[in-house]
Design a protein around this ligand. Structure first.
Ligand code: NAG
Length: 540
């Protein structure tokens, strides 16, 4: 009964929370307007063109705010807050289908510090981002003349908005009104709004931001095709090698069976059968090992579900919805983590299952949040907009403690009770077998390093596209490709780990659990090194 209470009470809380989240997601996506309804121009961030990840609040530059002071509603989702979206009201008065002639909305009193700030921004090619009805708009702050002595600010925002029925489907911004930055002058900022009928369908309104010639380039198709060929080759190779060698091994062992004990003791016995009394020995550090395996199962299910959702629903059209979805799915799949981690730990004879559950539940969140909070301190130091608000940090911690942990507990209990019994086909010897000397390339460390090369080879072109969308102003939208690559990666990883385990066991080394795990995990190290390469050689 205690278990039952522990399991049911938090999950009812959790489902209530999820329903709330779901309602929030549904409520956010209407985008219908009536005539003369308020349309909000949100100012988001400003930052250098060549570094998309470096952003500051729009009003960290001394721009001025329009006259309109209040708006009817505003809300920010968790994903937005974590991604550094800082929407601030522009103060511009815009109403649906109402034209606005060029109107001055405020003046900048340009003193020396303000001029310096603008000059710095113009020198570094700053540009800013705004949103109308969730459509992003980019504009450049200013311009320097050729010899770099005079600096000009664009002061006139000319907005052209395309409407289709009662929805906004297109926005164009033209910057005009170049004004030279002279200290101690007044610079008037102005805007105008023009409404046009447009035939663009609401569902297609993000198409103009996508870059099919980049993402659906022939090279992308070729690379997928290439990886596919590799998969077929690899699977064929693995199955052939294993079939042949295993059949040969079996033949040898069954011949030995017929010999009497004397012959067997003198015979040249070697190979994987010698370690049968040790392969089911618990791995070293079973607590960490089962926590890693559990977390891995969870990450895999999260990736799968999020990619499928992104394929069905164009998640890139809503700011931060990708991240919100990922957090939501991560929390919801916590039982997977508990189930696989907990059952593996039980099978390995672990006794401190509560400790294992805590470590398993908080391994990934702690690493991700630790990194994020560390970056956060840097962001706060530089006043970058990426700084996560305190409330959001609290929200994330609450999700960890009140959603992820209870769900993990449910999974752990299920896992321990349903599949926690070690039902190995043969007994574990009381005394561990000594591991014989072997060639250097059969050492676990070497196998681990080599294991990651093939999986990395099958995904690195996709990583190029993902990095490009991270550092350049491109929206990643080809989740079908990503799905294919995920499938390819899984197959290649499975093949590679099977081969690695076979070699290791054949060398009569029974420490296969960690080697198998790490030989696949080393792919991540290669991806990490590739990100360094990309950062230093492909970005500005
Ligand atoms: C925005 O610009 C594009 C390309 O110049 C044009 O096709 C489109 O009609 C414009 N939209 C509006 C609303 O003016």
């Amino acid at each position: 009964p205690a278990f039952f209470f522990e399991a049911v009470f938090p999950s009812s809380l959790v489902s209530g929370y999820f329903i709330l989240l779901l309602l929030e997601v549904l409520a956010a996506s209407h985008h219908f307007y009536t005539d003369k309804e308020e349309v909000v121009l949100w100012m988001n961030t400003v930052g250098p063109y060549h570094n998309r990840q470096e952003t500051y609040k729009y009003f960290s530059l001394p721009f001025c705010v329009g006259t309109k002071k209040t708006i009817s509603h505003y809300h920010e989702t968790l994903g937005e807050a974590l991604q550094g979206v800082e929407l601030e009201f522009s103060g511009l008065d815009i109403k649906f289908k109402e034209e606005v002639m060029q109107t001055t909305y405020c003046d900048i009193e340009l003193d020396k510090p303000k001029r310096d700030a603008f000059v710095y921004a113009i020198k570094n090619h700053y540009w800013y981002q705004m949103y109308i009805d969730d459509l992003p708009i980019w504009g450049i702050v200013g311009e320097a003349d050729e010899n770099g002595e005079d600096y000009y600010l664009w002061t006139y925002k000319k907005l052209e908005i395309g409407q289709n029925g009662n929805r906004i489907v297109d926005v164009n911004l033209t910057s005009e009104g170049k004004v030279k930055l002279v200290p101690n002058t007044r610079i008037p900022m102005s805007y105008s709004v023009k409404w046009k009928k447009s035939d663009v369908k609401f569902e297609d309104r993000f198409d103009k931001y996508l870059d099919p010639s980049f993402f659906q380039h022939r090279i992308h198709w070729f690379s997928i095709f290439n990886s596919f060929m590799m998969v077929i080759f690899l699977v064929g190779l693995v199955s052939m090698i294993l079939m042949r060698t295993l059949r040969k091994d079996y033949a040898r062992y069954s011949k030995e069976e017929e010999m009497d004990d004397m012959d067997r003791d003198l015979g040249d016995e070697y190979g994987w059968k010698q370690v049968h009394g040790d392969v089911f020995r618990p791995s070293s550090h079973p607590l960490i090992f089962s926590s890693l395996i559990g977390s891995g199962c969870q990450i895999f299910s999260v990736s799968l579900i999020v990619i499928i959702l992104a394929m069905i629903e164009d998640l890139y059209t809503e700011r931060g919805s990708m991240l919100s979805t990922a957090i939501f799915v991560y929390a919801a799949t916590s039982p997977v983590n508990g189930y696989f981690g907990g059952s593996l730990y039980a099978k390995q004879g672990g006794r401190r299952w509560i400790k294992q559950m805590f470590i398993g539940a908080f391994l990934i969140p702690a690493m991700v949040c630790g990194t994020a909070f560390f970056i956060n301190f840097i962001a706060i130091y530089y006043h970058a907009s990426r700084a996560i608000p305190f409330g959001t940090m609290v929200a994330v911690c609450c999700i960890c403690f009140f959603v992820i942990l209870p769900l993990n507990l449910v999974g752990t209990i299920l896992g321990r009770n349903l599949s926690g019994q070690p039902n190995f086909p043969c007994r574990v010897n009381a005394v561990p077998r000594p591991i014989p000397e072997k060639k250097w390339f059969m050492e676990p460390a070497v196998i681990v390093c080599l294991g990651g090369i093939l999986p990395f080879g099958s995904i690195f072109i996709e990583m190029y596209f993902i990095f490009t969308s991270f550092w350049a102003y491109k929206i990643y939208y080809v989740y079908g490709f990503m799905m294919l690559v995920l499938v390819i990666l899984c197959i290649v990883t499975v093949c590679v780990t099977i081969v690695c385990t076979y070699f290791l066991l054949n060398a009569e080394d029974y420490r296969w659990q960690w080697t198998s795990f790490l030989s696949a995990a080393s792919t991540a190290v290669y991806v990490y090194m590739y990100s360094f390469y990309y950062y230093f050689f492909k970005t500005k």
